[in-house]
Each structure stands twice: as C-alpha cells, then as structure tokens.
Ligand binder design. Structure first.
Ligand SMILES: *Cc1c(COP(=O)(O)O)cnc(C)c1O
Length: 436
C-alpha cells in the first residue's frame, strides 16, 4: 500500500519543485541499485509466509499483493505526483476518466449529487451528465464563472464539487478560492481537475481543494504516448464521523469491520481507493505506462516553461491577425480570465487555448487541412503542436447550448502548442490563414 518513502520525506521540506520532479518517488532500486526506476512488469508478489499474506489482506501490513491493487512502478508515480501537488497520497488509474470515477466513487451513492462546472473537457461533461446517471449519480452543471451559482444548488444530497483549474478547451480559469469556500461551508470536498495547468503552474491544495485529479495522458507524460490518470488526496478532509461518507467513516465488512478514516487517518481516501475502488473497478494502470509517465514528469518544469512561452507568442500573433475574430487565452491581458490567471496560475496560462476564425465552420475545417506542422489530433499536452476543431470532434456529442457553454462553438479552433521553434509555428499558422 502507498506510503511516502524515506527519501521523499527527507526531500520534501528542503527542495524545490524541479528537484522533487526529478527525485521524489523514484530512488535507486533497493535490490539492484538501478538508477532509472525499474518497470516491475509483474502481476503478483510472493508472500513471506501465511501470516504475512493474511496481514496484507487485512490491510494490517504494507506490501504488494496483486497489480490490480498496487505495483511498485505505479506506486513510484503515485508518490512523485502526490509530492508535486503537495498531497498526502495518490491513486494512479488507467486514464483521466478512470481517475475522475475513482475520485467520486468513495463519496457517491445512488441518488447523491455532484455540483459540476459547465466549462469542462467535453468527455467529462458526457461522463458526468450521462454515464453517471446509470449509477444513480446526479451531476448538476452550474456557471463556472459564478461561485454563488455553486452555492445556490447545494442540498442535503451534495457529496462533492468538481471544477477544472484551467478549463479545456477555452482558456477559462476558475475562482478556486471562492469555490473552495463554498465547499468548505457545505462540508463537502472540492475536486479539481488540474490536467491543463499541471502542478508546475497551479497547486489547487494551496487554494483549499481537497482532491486533485489529472489526466496524466497530457502534459505529465508529455509526449502523447501513455494513457493514464491519478487522483491525489490532500489528506485534509475530515471524513471521520461524517455520516455523508459511510465508505470512509463506517466499518467496512470486507476488511474485518475496520473504519478507513479511523484506522488510516489522512491516508484513508488513498487506501480505500486501492483496497476497494481499484480492487473492484479494476481501472489500474500498466507498469509500462507508469514508467513512461515517471520519466515524463522528470522534465515537466522545463517542458512547461517552453510550452507556455511558445503559446504566448502564438496567441499574440493570432490576436493581431485579420482572419481571427478572437483569441481566448488567459495569458493575454485581453482575456476576461487574465486576473484570475495572475492569481492562480502565476500568469502562466498553459499551452492549450482556442481562437475564433472568421467564416465559421467551413473556415475552421480549411485551416485544419492547410497546416503542415500542426497535427490534427484529439489530444493535448504533446511535444508536437496539435490542432483541433472541437465542434466536429471532441465536443460533437454535446448539444448547441452545451457547446457554447463549453466554449466550443462552430468557429472555434483549439491549439495545443508544443515544443517546436515558435517562429515555425507562427509561420505555419500564417500560411494556413493566408489560404482563406
Ligand atoms: C483528457 C482530459 C481528461 C480525460 O483524460 P483521459 O486520460 O483522456 O481519460 C479529463 N480532463 C481533462 C481536463 C482532460 O484534458
């Protein structure tokens, strides 16, 4: 079961973000000395003896049983990311969507409600708005830009609030502190999807969030080659004795009647996520993907710095172009979210943003066909620059009202700016726009 290693505990208070990105969670291998953290490509682990096996199955001893629950390479990634977010523990999942479900699973039950921002990644809107209904979980969508709208729909059935720190795709920033206050007053956890910002730009726990989720598929792995997700727990929410959250606050018959909140304290959520959520839902990540992502995170600070620099230059270019109607990038002072970006993102508004093209849908499709360096891909957070027309792809299952709310109208183009020379990216977009 996950536990912060000796090395991370020693590193944590003393070192900077870049040092932790490289070292936390991945010390030299204890049995071989291998400096690159090994890929533990194994399903199961030999027990010392019958008592050892029994104590692990009772959650009385830490250790590895079966890779659906825990795996050393996956645990290294959990520790690295939990450290960078400033959290207590993490649970890695097979994808970002799986991580969202892991975040809600211990909190929800049929008939219960989660209050959700209306400006989210389109896939999340679908998952929450449609598929969760089959579990009896109800998502209530409210205006992202109005903290009072969150407060207005609180009820006895509310079990969580869910927002994105920097929303995909529109370059929208949420007022984290104000929404954390609503959650705190209602005594429900605030869950923040921090995929687009990454902990290099924003650490939601510093603003009052209780749980953070990521699609590690994006900037964390960083090269568009490994699906994954994680839920990270701050360890601060008071589950103990809280009747709203019986999974954590009442005895669990599977494990001899132990109460997670009582036995594991600030690791309760993380241990439940492994011992029950991953055990039963089975959305665990392969050791290979965890290893790819571990390597990716080591260079996160360097990559993000360049992603943001390039995005700023491209956004400025587009803002001055006659074929462009508007640019929605919180790094620009023209953005209504610029002040929030200064407060929560240190002014670094990530590298994914949208712009509106004159001529609407048809012009949008023409641009996609005419760019050369940009790949037409339904992804973000790659070394390569990516381009997408949300209305005809990722957001096409949404109705017109949802499209507009999500900032994905017919004229909208989304860019994920990569690590190429910014002059080449600007030249490529310039020639594509000139073809209109
Ligand atoms: C991509 C994405 C997800 C979903 O993650 P997958 O790894 O594709 O399942 C969730 N939230 C945001 C903000 C995303 O960009």
């Amino acid at each position: 079961m996950p536990q912060l290693s000796e090395m991370t505990r020693k590193l944590h208070p003393r070192y900077g973000f870049e040092t932790l990105a490289v070292h936390s969670g991945s010390p030299p291998d204890s049995s071989t000395g291998a400096r690159s953290f090994p890929i533990y490509q194994t399903t199961a682990y030999v027990f010392d003896d019958a008592d050892h096996a029994a104590s692990m199955f009772n959650l009385q001893a830490p250790g590895f049983i079966y890779s659906r629950l825990t795996n050393p390479t996956v645990a290294a990634l959990e520790e690295k990311l939990a450290t960078l977010e400033g959290g207590r523990g993490g649970t890695v999942a097979s994808s970002g969507h799986a991580a969202e479900t892991l975040a809600l699973f211990p909190l929800m039950s049929p008939g219960m409600e989660v209050i959700v921002s209306n400006k989210l990644y389109g896939g999340t809107i679908n998952l929450m708005g449609k598929s969760y209904r089959k579990f009896g979980w109800k998502a209530i969508f409210v205006d992202n830009d109005d903290p009072d709208a969150f407060r207005a729909v609180l009820s006895e059935k509310t079990r969580a609030i869910f927002v994105e720190s920097l929303a995909n795709p529109g370059g929208v920033v949420v007022d984290l502190e104000a929404i954390a206050k609503v959650a705190q007053e209602a005594e429900v956890p605030l869950i923040v999807d921090n995929t687009m910002a990454t902990p290099w730009i924003c650490r939601p726990f510093e603003w009052g969030a209780d749980l953070v989720v990521h699609s590690t598929t994006k900037f964390l792995s960083g090269q568009g080659n490994a699906m994954g997700g994680i839920v990270i727990d701050s360890g601060r929410f008071p589950w103990l004795g809280n009747v709203k959250y019986p999974s954590l606050s009442e005895p669990c018959p599977d494990y001899n009647g132990l109460t997670f909140a009582e036995t594991f304290g600030d690791l309760a959520f993380t241990l439940y996520s492994h011992a029950v959520s991953l055990r039963d839902l089975g959305c665990s990540q392969s050791p290979m993907n965890a290893w790819i992502t571990l390597n990716g995170v080591e260079t996160l600070p360097l990559r993000m710095e360049r992603h943001v620099e390039n995005a700023m230059e491209v956004a400025r270019f587009l803002q001055g172009h006659e074929a462009v109607e508007w640019v929605s990038y919180a790094g620009l002072s023209s953005s209504p979210y610029h002040q929030l970006a200064k407060k929560y993102l240190e002014g670094k508004a990530g590298s994914v943003f949208t712009f509106g093209i004159r001529g609407g849908y048809e012009s949008g499709l023409r641009i996609l066909e005419n760019v050369e360096l940009f790949s037409h891909v339904a992804n973000i957070g790659d070394t390569r620059s990516l381009i997408l027309h949300p209305a005809s792809t990722t957001h096409r299952q949404l109705n017109e009202e949802q499209l507009l709310a999500a900032g994905a109208g017919p004229e909208v183009i989304r860019l994920s700016i990569g690590l190429e020379s910014s002059a080449d990216l600007i030249a490529d977009l310039g020639q594509a726009l000139a073809s209109l």
